[in-house]
Design a protein around this ligand. Sequence first.
Ligand code: GDP
Ligand code: MG
Length: 166
Amino acid sequence: KSGFVAIIGRPNVGKSTLMNHLIGQKIAITSKKPQTTRNKIQTVYTCEDGQIIFLDTPGIHKAKNKLGEYMVNVAEQTLKDVDVILWLVEPTTYIGAGEKHIAEQLQKTSLPVILVINKVDTVKKEEILQVIDNYRKLYDFAEIIPASALRGQNTKDIVDSLFQYM
Ligand code: GDP
Ligand code: MG
């Protein structure tokens, strides 16, 4: 099996960290500063199940300036070329305008969307369940996977689930 996956989500949720973890080497740039990834970076993950080509995108957000506009465009273009969308979010129960905006953009596509609730190493189990519940109400996700990109927790589940939609 093989296919293209766009990693989307607001700046700083851990997109580059997840991709780096999966690929196993530092190709994407990670940083504490938001918006470090200014263009899509293609990396290929190969295992016995096949190949996944990851497109790391800048965050889908409302553009505030020319650079922001450019980044939103890159993200939108990326969505046209993929088989599955991997959406990363913070493990917080509050769903803000930013997330609602992304959900609205995703409604326009017919692609399967897998939600990764990242950084679960920073919150309690009960809270994770509440976060899952809240996101389930926001969008009809193909799957919701709690994970920690930093610790490699549930990252194999993410790969397995991506292959299901290729
Ligand atoms: P991006 O902007 O979405 O690409 O986010 P980055 O991958 O650059 O990560 C932003 C920050 O969050 C970095 O300081 C990462 O180390 C941190 N981070 C990413 N994933 C996790 C995680 O699973 N747990 C914790 N505690 N921190 C994480
Ligand atoms: Mg990044």
